[in-house]
Design a protein around this ligand. Structure first.
Ligand SMILES: Nc1ncnc2c1ncn2[C@@H]1O[C@H](COP(=O)(O)OP(=O)(O)OP(=O)(O)O)[C@@H](O)[C@H]1O
Length: 225
């Protein structure tokens, strides 16, 4: 279970982006979070994945309260999450070849021995041609780079996936392919998913449950957070 309890977060403690927001995702569940631009969906997603420290509230991951955020999060909790962002070019080191980009989390966690096997498996899973593995981000398309970023997010076999507008920059066929990869991974592993976006049709089709930001905010304001 991924539990977000009464989270208050933002970028200035005096005026947080949201207050007292709560949301829970059951093991293996796919939840879509819909809301207008700027309401705080990405901020909530980053807090959920332990990438942004909230001002108040708790994140509980499979029964254990988050022990920190970013590099201060315990490794076991940090690696429980795979995260894919909207803009692959902002989340990919431009100096890395795609094979090293995908392998980065394994090396950072002292699991370099697994690199050849996992990179080959994931390259096939996300539909990335092997000839692209030696290229750097500026030598591939947005869709190809996002496939590599999805492979990187899956490489440690996370129990939770957070996809923050993962397909917003992609065409319909790449969107369908990446959603299919996430769903295949979830079927194989039982991972849970928080998918953030504006595309109501996509999220309703993709996720078992969709949540409107407005409803989360109303519950919070009513003290039901
Ligand atoms: N690094 C930052 N520093 C300061 N303010 C920020 C930062 N990132 C986001 N914000 C602000 O926080 C608010 C919420 O942003 P957030 O990205 O969480 O919204 P969102 O709902 O995901 O929007 P979108 O759908 O457009 O991605 C916005 O007003 C935004 O300008």
């Amino acid at each position: 279970m991924l539990e977000l309890h009464s989270l208050t977060a933002g970028y200035d403690r005096r005026s947080p982006v949201f207050r007292e927001v709560s949301l829970s995702i059951a093991p293996g569940e796919a939840v879509g979070l819909l809301g207008p631009s700027g309401c705080g969906k990405s901020t909530l997603a980053r807090v959920a994945a332990l990438l942004h420290e909230p001002d108040a509230g708790r994140v509980v991951i499979d029964g254990t309260a988050a022990g920190g955020w970013r590099h201060r999060a315990p490794r076991e909790q940090r690696t429980a999450f795979g995260v894919v962002f909207q803009q692959p070019r902002l989340s990919a080191d431009p100096r890395l070849r795609l094979s090293d980009l995908i392998a980065e989390p394994l090396r950072a966690n002292g699991r370099g021995a697994e690199v050849p096997g996992r990179v080959a498996e994931l390259t096939a899973l996300v539909g990335l041609g092997e000839e692209l593995l030696g290229r750097r981000p500026h030598e591939v398309s947005d869709g190809q780079l996002q496939r590599a970023c999805l492979a990187r997010a899956l490489v440690l076999r996370p129990r939770w996936l957070v996809c923050d507008e993962m397909t917003a920059m992609l065409d319909a066929s790449t969107t369908a392919a990446l959603v299919a990869v996430v769903e295949q991974y979830r079927r194989d592993t039982g991972a849970g998913l928080l998918a953030v976006g504006h595309d109501r049709v996509l999220l309703k089709r993709w996720c078992e449950r969709t949540v409107e930001w407005r409803d989360l905010a109303e519950r919070a304001a009513a003290g039901l957070g």
